[in-house]
Each structure stands twice: as structure tokens, then as C-alpha cells.
Design a protein around this ligand. Structure first.
Ligand code: NAG
Ligand code: NAG
Ligand code: NAG
Ligand code: NAG
Ligand code: NAG
Length: 277
């Protein structure tokens, strides 16, 4: 189902087997070393991180040959192996509510809530009737439906067990974040836009048509990645700043120390300040 869009987003490149030799990359002009957290994963995509325990969630392909089937798993601090989360059919998206210790997992049958605090491994099915493309948590759970690429929000409170509402944004969108100023960023078929808090005022940041990932750093500053580049948003002049050049980046997130974590077609890598030993 998602194969067509994914194939467009993610052109597969046979990177060749590279040995785990220390490599460096420049981030904002400063040397960083690549710390490979896990390797041998089939196209890890849509990263999100539970910072309290350094657990990185992502989706990956478990399909045979041409058929794409997705699953969500995680890697935790000090372990290089992937722990699969069973029970989310075609798991494709995840997002973390750090404060309440929940991770939301989305797949073709909707959204499941996974409680990290009690480690019960119990999945609560909270949204059905949507095939989930992408999710983002900020006060509420935002998600993008596939294949409509429409933005919805799931809201609940003490008296309400939880309801899904369509958001005002009418565009077909691929990624969505809300930054620390409450401004929204959307990626569409015509580029990346900021929508100012409390208004419809839009600013075009980039006419790049295919972003693969979006994340906030620990100061709530929006970042994006496209095929070979990680970008930060510069809100002063509505531009994207290229902060790192990385071959074939699939997804990004940040750890509790604000280090960039990214994925490529096979690996999950953290960028740490400093040179190789
Ligand atoms: C991952 O590796 C650790 C040891 O490093 C082991 O204890 C754990 O059971 C492994 N998990 C999986 C899912 O294989
Ligand atoms: C863990 O939390 C979930 C969701 O809040 C709850 O359904 C489950 O009963 C809890 N498990 C334990 C062992 O407390
Ligand atoms: C709870 O949610 C319902 C439905 O969205 C809303 O009508 C109600 O005002 C909310 N209550 C509070 C206390 O926010
Ligand atoms: C990145 O992807 C876009 C769209 O697929 C393509 O037009 C562009 O040439 C790519 N850039 C590089 C440097 O490969
Ligand atoms: C935007 O501002 C940054 C500095 O904050 C500058 O480096 C960059 O060149 C500016 N871009 C444009 C298009 O003016």
C-alpha cells in the first residue's frame, strides 16, 4: 500500500557493505563522529526517541523482496539489536509523549498506545479506521492518514475518552511539527511551509518536494531531512539552513543531550561532537 509513495520518497541506493570504521561528519561546521548505534536494519524510517530511557523507536521493512511490510521496533541504550513490537499491523509511524511516558504506534489498523512507565508491553488500541502515515505529539496526538495525507488530531481529557478531529490544514501533507513558539511546519507537494501560531499566515521555507523526516531538537527548534541533508529552520528570514550533509538520510531525532540521531538505509547513527580516536 505505502510502497508507491515510499518508493518515491526513498530511492534505494546500494550503499555497499562498509566496515564499522569510525567516520566523521561536519555539523554546523564542527567535526562530529558517527557512532553507529545499530546496523543491518532494513530501511529504518520515522525515528522517535523516549529520552528518559534512551529508547529509539522506528519502523522498518520486514517484507520479502518486492512486497513491503512494516514493523515498529526499538533499540535501547547499550544494545545493538532491535526489539520488535508485535501487534501493530504494518507499523509505520511512532511518536513519544515524554512527559506522560507514552509512545504512540501507528499502522494500517490505526493507533496504539504503549505505556513505557510500567513496561507492561500492553498495547491499547485508541484510534481505528485510519491507516497511519506519520505522527507528532505536542499536547495532543497529531497524525497524518494514508493515502489521503490528511492531518487529524486525537484529543482526550478527563471527561472525554478520546475523539479524532480533522485539522484545518487542507493540503496533502507528509510531515508535521509544532515548534516551541507554537508555529506549525508542514511539508507538502510544493515545499515546506511555516504557519504562524493563531493565523493562516504562511511562509515558504523551501521548495524541496520530498522531505523524509522532521523532528524538534530539545529547545523545540524544527529540523528536517531530505535525501542527503539535515536542515534547521531559521525563523528570522524563513530559510532552511543546511547543518549536515549525510548520504541517504531516512529519518532524524534528537537524544536527551541534543545530539542528532539519524537513520540511513541500514543503520541508526548518533553524531557526537569530536574526532575519531
Ligand atoms: C538484545 O541483546 C541483549 C544482550 O545484549 C539481550 O539481553 C536481549 O535479549 C536481546 N534482545 C533481543 C530482542 O534479541
Ligand atoms: C500499565 O499501563 C497500562 C496503560 O495505562 C494499563 O492498561 C496496564 O494495566 C498497566 N499495567 C500494569 C502492570 O500496571
Ligand atoms: C473535553 O473534550 C470534550 C470533547 O472534545 C469537550 O467538549 C470538553 O469541553 C472538554 N472538557 C474539558 C474540561 O476540556
Ligand atoms: C534529492 O531528491 C530529489 C527528488 O527526488 C532529486 O531531485 C534531487 O536530485 C536529489 N538530490 C541529490 C543531491 O541527489
Ligand atoms: C538567513 O540568515 C542567516 C543568518 O541568520 C544567513 O546565514 C543566511 O544567509 C540568510 N539567508 C538569506 C536567504 O537571507
Amino acid at each position: 500500500m505505502k510502497l508507491f509513495l515510499l518508493a518515491a520518497l526513498v530511492a534505494i541506493v546500494s550503499a555497499g557493505e562498509h566496515k564499522l570504521k569510525c567516520k566523521t561528519v561536519s555539523v554546523r561546521g564542527k567535526i562530529h563522529k558517527k557512532d553507529v548505534l545499530a546496523s543491518g536494519i532494513n530501511r529504518p524510517y520515522q525515528l522517535s526517541m523516549y529520552k528518559h530511557e534512551h529508547k529509539i523507536f522506528f519502523s522498518y521493512n520486514v517484507g520479502k523482496n518486492e512486497e513491503d511490510t512494516f514493523e515498529i521496533g526499538y533499540i535501547q541504550m547499550g544494545e545493538k539489536n532491535v526489539t520488535a513490537i508485535k501487534g501493530v499491523l504494518n507499523g509505520f509511524a511512532s511518536t513519544v509523549d515524554e512527559e506522560n511516558h507514552h509512545v504512540y504506534l501507528g499502522g494500517s489498523k490505526g493507533i496504539y498506545k504503549y505505556n513505557l512507565k510500567n513496561n507492561s508491553e500492553s498495547l491499547e488500541h485508541i484510534v481505528s479506521g485510519h491507516n497511519i502515515w506519520y505522527m507528532f505529539f505536542y499536547k495532543h496526538l497529531y497524525f497524518i492518514d494514508f493515502p489521503s495525507q490528511t492531518l487529524y488530531v486525537y484529543k482526550k481529557n478527563a471527561t472525554d475518552p478520546g475523539q479524532v478531529h480533522r485539522c484545518d490544514i487542507k493540503d496533502k501533507i507528509y510531515q508535521y511539527v509544532i515548534d516551541n513558539d507554537g508555529d506549525q511546519f508542514i511539508t507538502t507537494d510544493s515545499g515546506l511551509y511555516q504557519i504562524k501560531k493563531g493565523s493562516n499566515e504562511r511562509h515558504l521555507y523551501s521548495d524541496i518536494k520530498l522531505f523524509r523526516g522532521a523532528a524538534l531538537d530539545n529547545t523545540g527548534h524544527a529540523h528536517f531531512c531530505s535525501n542527503h541533508t539535515i536542515y534547521a529552520t531559521n525563523k528570522k528570514n524563513y530559510t532552511l539552513e543546511e547543518i549536515a550533509y549525510v548520504r541517504n538520510v531516512f529519518g532524524i531525532t534528537f537524544d536527551s543531550q541534543n545530539n542528532i540521531v539519524y537513520s540511513d538505509p541500514k543503520n541508526i547513527v548518533k553524531l557526537l561532537p569530536g574526532n575519531c580516536d
